[in-house]
Design a protein around this ligand. Structure first.
Ligand code: NAD
Length: 350
């Protein structure tokens, strides 16, 4: 298992170090090599996604990323912004499937802004198509027509693009509670009528998985009304962008949320959902659990080692049950710890 490790900027190096320690403790046959991405790469080479990093990322089976960005680079020209590095690696590796679990551990039920009885035990996986839809469709732009400004974007999907993301969702559901809810807006948008048709066709390949459909406006409501009805939700790029943020906020704790972006062969880029948190960088207080849980996703989806993934997830549950909390998830009566101590606690629980 060849893993390219990209610690990045801000808290990235601190949280990635803990995830790497956890991975090493599992005693699997892994080879890890570090490279530069984001602001640190701009500082060293002038390029947010340098040649050497590209080679390493392309040769690896999986990429583990901390986070990129920070105020230092905000005024740099667009091609030297850290986010360019992130978009560059996603595009180059053809990562079309974004998987974002929203899990609310019962110990953290008070962290959500929703009532604990609505969200306790929440465990949803949002599967978002990442390389198509209105975000990439041509023509696009702002022009003047009939004497006034006119804005234009184009929504489109091919049936093969829809089918491949649906298959990712069905395969993921087979590892969970075997329910897929496909989200569209077929009552208004022809493009998503095709989405629904292809979802129904693809569903026939997975008779063991229950398929349902929901319009996106209703899905947004149901996510806050009764989120536990969902197992896997699958949708296009734009709806997924919005629904995955909504779902992750149900849990109330950004430091706990991992993500995976996969290509057609399950090669993946794994990273926490949060950013580089410049406000707390270098202080040793960041929550490393989202990055550690991203390693669990890597083991499950790229290396097909569910047992090892579960070991990490169980260890995280155990440290929460033992009362260990970083500042972002702290509640009175719990043991407040820093990044390294949280890593130590996970290692001890393993
Ligand atoms: P952020 O997620 O970095 O921080 C938002 C808030 O959450 C901050 O108060 C931060 O301290 C806190 N936080 C985030 N992660 C935490 C953790 N692990 N433990 C404890 N607290 C945590 O979002 P932002 O402030 O909007 O962005 C900061 C920088 O990160 C920007 O440069 C942005 O472009 C970049 N960013 C990068 C990514 C990425 O690398 N994928 C994603 C989002 C933002």
């Amino acid at each position: 298992m060849k893993i390219c490790v990209l610690p990045g900027d801000g808290i990235g190096p601190e949280i990635t170090a803990e995830a790497v320690r956890v991975l090493k403790a599992l005693d699997l046959a892994v080879e890890m090599e570090e490279a530069l991405l984001g602001g640190c790469a701009v500082d060293a080479t002038g390029d947010p996604y340098p040649e050497a990093t590209q080679k390493l990322a392309q040769a690896a089976d999986a990429v583990l990323l901390g986070a990129v960005g920070g105020p230092k680079w905000d005024s740099y020209p667009r091609e030297q912004r850290p986010e360019r590095g992130l978009l560059g690696i996603r595009k180059q590796l053809g990562l079309f499937a974004n998987l974002r679990p929203a899990i609310l551990y019962s110990e953290l039920a008070n962290a959500s802004t929703l009532k604990p009885d609505v969200v306790a035990g929440l465990d949803i996986l949002i599967v978002r198509e990442l390389t198509g839809d209105i975000y990439f469709g041509q023509p696009r732009g702002i022009e003047v027509r009939n004497g006034e400004r006119f804005g234009l974007n184009t929504m489109h999907y091919t049936e093969s693009e829809i089918r491949r993301i649906l298959r990712v969702a069905f395969e993921a559901a087979r590892k969970r509670s075997r329910k897929v809810c496909s989200v569209d807006k077929m009552n208004v948008l022809e493009c998503t009528q095709l989405w629904r048709d292809v979802a129904i066709e693809t569903g026939r390949e997975y008779p063991d998985v229950e398929l349902s459909h929901m319009l996106v406006d209703n899905a947004a409501m149901q996510l806050v009304k009764n989120p536990r009805q969902f197992d896997v939700m699958v949708t296009g790029n734009m709806f997924g962008d919005i629904l995955s943020d909504e779902a992750s906020m149900l849990t109330g704790s950004i430091g706990m949320l991992p993500s995976a972006s996969l290509d057609a062969n399950n090669k993946g880029l794994y990273e926490p959902c949060h950013g580089s948190a410049p406000d707390i960088a270098g202080k040793g207080v960041a929550n490393p659990l989202a990055t550690i849980l991203s390693v669990a996703m890597m083991l499950r989806y790229t290396f097909v080692n569910d047992a090892a993934a579960r070991r990490i997830e169980d260890a995280v549950k155990k440290v929460l049950a033992q009362g260990f909390r970083t500042g972002d998830i702290y509640e009175p009566g719990m043991k407040q710890v820093g990044t390294r101590e949280m890593g130590d606690a996970v290692l001890a629980a393993l």
